[in-house]
Design a protein around this ligand. Structure first.
Ligand SMILES: NC(=O)c1ccc[n+]([C@@H]2O[C@H](COP(=O)([O-])OP(=O)(O)OC[C@H]3O[C@@H](n4cnc5c(N)ncnc54)[C@H](OP(=O)(O)O)[C@@H]3O)[C@@H](O)[C@H]2O)c1
Length: 219
């Protein structure tokens, strides 16, 4: 697949690209295309050193959407609306869109789920996308640093929520071909708030107990 990552220069965007650009064509998007080009070159060089051939290029957020079959929104929640407003909806229409977005705040040293009035980031983002886009949540609960340590196996459960069965199947396949991630159908988009709220829980547990980059394995 051609996978466009909006905000692809960030921690999750680059981490994802490092893990899946050997199997898919990755197009990193940015507000600054030169920054995305640099990030893509660095990803290709890192993987080349390991003997892995990858496909990754950088461009604007809009071009990344235009070129993609599947789009990943890898932005802090507060910047999703303004970024999507700057992208022609025809480049998103009809496509699968993945949201790993968690609406969190930090207060008195602890992280809290801080959903918008819709109930979750995913339900708010659904309203920002063209009707025909198929929004699916995935990759919400894996720490960015884990993506970048390429010698580490990613053996977490990835809860996948969405309202389009075929889109969910495609995303679960993408998840399952990534390291040892185990993608599972977690229900409709309406329940995605549950998945988003697991991330602040994992961060708080890590902080309190002197642990790092905790993830979830549902078993
Ligand atoms: N970090 C994690 O461990 C983690 C884990 C699971 C899920 N998530 C979720 O994944 C999403 C991405 O997280 P991240 O840590 O990768 O985010 P990030 O690194 O903080 O930011 C991602 C990108 O957003 C763009 N950006 C920053 N400010 C912006 C603005 N004002 N307007 C438009 N774009 C802006 C930047 O790209 P350009 O400067 O190139 O435009 C940046 O590289 C978040 O919603 C987060 O909740 C994160």
């Amino acid at each position: 697949m051609k996978i466009g990552i909006i905000g692809g220069t960030g921690d999750i965007g680059q981490g994802l690209a490092l893990r899946i650009s050997d199997k898919h064509e990755i197009i990193l998007g940015s507000r600054d295309p030169a920054k995305a080009v640099e990030a893509a070159e660095s990803i290709i060089a890192t993987l080349k050193k390991r003997g892995t051939v990858s496909s990754c290029r950088g461009t604007s957020n809009e071009e990344a959407c235009k070129a993609a079959d599947l789009i990943i929104i890898s932005l802090p929640f507060q910047h999703v609306a303004s970024t999507l407003a700057g992208i022609d909806p025809k480049y998103i229409a009809g496509k699968i869109v993945i949201s790993p977005v968690n609406p969190m705040i930090r207060k008195d040293g602890f992280f809290y789920n801080n959903p918008p009035e819709e109930g979750s980031a995913a339900l708010a983002i659904r309203k920002m996308l063209p009707e025909s886009a198929k929004l699916v949540t995935a990759f919400n609960n894996i720490a960015a640093r884990k993506w970048t340590i390429l010698d580490e196996v990613l053996d977490y459960t990835v809860a996948v929520c969405g309202d389009d069965a075929e889109a969910k199947k495609t995303v679960i396949k993408l998840v399952r071909e990534t390291s040892q991630l185990y993608g599972l159908d977690a229900g409709p988009l309406a329940v995605s708030g549950i998945v988003e709220s697991i991330t602040p829980l994992a961060i708080n547990i890590a902080q309190i107990n002197g642990l790092k980059d905790l993830g979830v394995y549902i078993k």
